[in-house]
Structures are given as C-alpha cells and as structure tokens.
Design a binder for this molecule. Structure first.
Ligand code: BMP
Length: 266
C-alpha cells in the first residue's frame, strides 16, 4: 500500500512535474508540512514565509484575501519557493463551469496559473472543470487537487460524493489531477498513487467557533494515511514573530515526520 512507501520512492510513480517535485522536496527536507498563510497583506505573508520556509514542503495561499496583492509580490513568492525549496499551493477552490474557470485561473488581477504550482477545485460542476483548468495549467507544468472531503463540521462532501470525486479523478487521469484534499486516504483500492493533503490540523484536537475541526499530525499521517498536513493558525497565530513561528513550524514538522516514520514501520 501507498502508506508503506517512502515519499522518495513515489516520485517515479508520477508524471506530473509538480507532484514529482513535491515528493522530492518532502524527502529532501524531511517535511510533510504545508503552512497555510491566511493573512491579508503581502508584508506579513513574506515575513511568515521567511520564518517557516525552511521547515515546509509547501506554502498555501488565499491570494484573494491579500489587500495589496501584486505581480511583484507573486514574483517574490516564486523566488522564495526556489531559494527555500517549497511548492506554492493557491487554495482557490474553483467551482464553476470549464469555460469560466479557464479565465479565473489564467486572468484577472491574480493570474493564479502564472505563479501557483498547485491549486484545487470542487468536483461539483463535473469533469468540465478539470478540462478547463488543465487547458491552462498542464502546459505550464501545474497540478490540481480535487476536494474530496472537508474538515468543517456539517460539510456535504461525504460518502457517495467523495467516492464520485475519486472516480472523476480516475477518469481524468493523473497527468494534471494529482490528488485530493481529504481527511483520510480516499482510494481504498490504491491502484494509483494519489497525494492526500489534509487541513484541520493542530497539535491538540479541537476546533474554532466557525465549524473548523482539528486533528493531530499523528491522527492525519499515521491513522488516516494522508501525506501532507496543512496548518494555518496553529503556526502563524503564535505570538513572538518570525522566530516563534519558525519554532512552532519545527514542532509540526517533527510531529508530522515522526508519524510518517512510524507509518513506514507498520
Ligand atoms: P487553520 O489551520 O487556521 O484552521 O486553517 C486551515 C486552512 O485550510 C484554511 O486556509 C482553510 O481555508 C483551509 N481548508 C480547511 O480548513 N478545510 C478544508 O476542508 C479545506 C481547506 O482548504
């Protein structure tokens, strides 16, 4: 099973360049940590990147919450992604018909496809959303995740919906769709190597006042067989600036990596 393979040994099972690079980075940096940087100005985003960049395999953004977003900022982020060796994941959650998402991905003030290595989409509109996004992203070597499950209380992405999401990805093939946002490994048959990225992670279980639910790195990596832990407020929310964030990121990196090493021994 996928959960018993090392990240490094899975590189050759992928053809998509972003998926390959992610697995290589994870192996090289001994990190399955993605930091979700959900702050609203570019100076703060870059400060967090400087703090946590060396600890992560990936940085996740919500570009549409950044008040002073610019192409110069995007260039800077890309520069950091090379220097500090991480993937940029724009958590855009596309959810429209193929023709519309083509423009949302490529154009507008954010021009997401020009700087984000990875993005994601809800399967709700049907496979046309993959066709649309891949027409823009594939020639650039980008990759896509489908949201098969969510971390928030009462969400509708469960059961049959999750199974159909998996099916949609299988039918699209792994050239562009490389995995899922999911709470556990959603490919019971494991015929193909899919990447499983999981938000809703904290060092202690719990939640927030708006339905978010947290599980620990160990729950996610060891018990649920996922590949990447996505942590937002648990890291950028600590007091004490860049150094405190770096120290907190190191705690999560270690917790995620130890859970992975334990999983390999199962
Ligand atoms: P936090 O760790 O601060 O709760 O942040 C979680 C991040 O993951 C947010 O950026 C949120 O948009 C994202 N996310 C999530 O929490 N649950 C999902 O199901 C899907 C997400 O993308």
């Amino acid at each position: 099973p996928t959960t018993l393979k090392t990240y490094g040994s899975r590189v050759s099972l992928h053809s998509n360049p972003t998926a390959k690079r992610l697995l290589e980075i994870m192996e090289r940096k001994q990190s399955n940590l993605c930091v979700s940087i959900d702050v609203t100005n570019t100076a703060e985003v870059l400060e967090i990147v400087r703090g946590v960049g060396s600890k992560v395999c990936m940085v996740k953004t919500h570009a549409d919450i950044i008040s002073d977003f610019s192409s110069a900022f995007a260039d800077e982020l890309v520069r950091f992604s090379k220097e500090l060796d991480f993937i940029i994941f724009e958590d855009r959650k596309f959810a429209d018909i193929g023709n519309t998402v083509v423009h949302q991905y490529q154009s507008g003030p954010l021009a997401i496809a020009s700087w984000a290595h990875l993005t994601n989409a809800h399967p709700i509109p049907g496979p046309g959303i993959i066709t649309g996004l891949s027409s823009v992203g594939l020639p650039l070597g980008r990759a896509l995740l489908l949201l098969g499950e969510m971390s928030s209380k009462g969400n509708l992405a469960t059961g049959e919906y999750t199974k159909k999401t998996m099916q949609m990805a299988k039918e699209a093939g792994r050239e562009f769709v490389v995995g899922f946002i999911a709470m556990s490994r959603v490919d019971p048959e494991e015929e193909e190597d899919w990447l499983m990225l999981t938000p809703g992670v904290g060092l202690v279980q719990g939640g927030d006042k708006m339905g978010q639910q947290y599980r620990t790195p160990r729950d996610v990596i060891l018990d649920s067989g996922c590949d990447v832990i996505i942590v937002g407020r648990g890291i950028y929310g600590v007091k004490g600036g860049k150094d405190a964030m770096e120290a907190e990121a190191e705690k999560y990196r270690r917790a995620g990596w130890e859970a992975y090493e334990e999983r390999l021994k199962r």
